[in-house]
Design a protein around this ligand. Sequence first.
Ligand code: UDP
Length: 246
Amino acid sequence: MNIDNKKLIYEGKAKKIFANKNPEEVIVQFKDDATAFNAAKKSTFEGKGELNCFISETIFKYLINQNIPTHYIRSNSKSSFIAQKVKIIPLEVVVRNTAYGSICNQTNIEPGTVLKEPLIDFYYKDDNLNDPLLTIDRIILMDIISQEELLFIKELTKKINSILMVFFSNIQINLVDFKVEYGRNQNGQVVLADEFSPDNCRLWDMKANNGKIESLDKDRFRHDLGDLIEAYSEISNRIKIFISST
Ligand code: UDP
């Protein structure tokens, strides 16, 4: 499908969303661009879009097979897929299994601490406000979603985490944390949306030696820890081997 003559609906930091012929569908196209620290750091990595598209698609299909509602519909090209047209709920839902990143800067929890149970944090998706951490009461006060839907999202996110912890441990990866977003589709149903790629999670290689952390995710770009494409390709290759063996 030629994307050049499609109408661009939205352009984000790492993806473009195009209208599809069917008004209930959109084309999600992954870009090679990478940003960090609210776009203060920017770069382009040839091949990142295709890798993130493959990883996201595979994970969405895997979750759908486990009865998780997502916006994913079908493949389209190497760097794009077809998804349900949704209205994104302006919450960044972060799951933490191991403490790292912002939680360690804001609390006395040491980096690398394995949490007794997964922590779900909600952030307000607003670049102008720098995506602030929210409380449940603030979410209700701001009228972002109802209490029932918030509870639904929390439970669904926990379920996704349980499924993906096992998925990644099968490929010798520790799923440290990740960010997901939800959207409301044309039927009013809340579904997992956006993407699931190493741009939005921390993936530590369990094969790493000497107890040293080996990041196979966007921390490589954030903190100049090594070749980003090498890491994303490693994730993609391990997923391919795992999928073909199941
Ligand atoms: N994350 C994300 N987008 C954001 C903020 C965080 O995808 O705007 C992801 C990030 O990649 C990590 C997890 O959410 O996997 C937790 O991020 P954290 O709150 O620790 O923030 P950071 O330390 O990355 O600033």
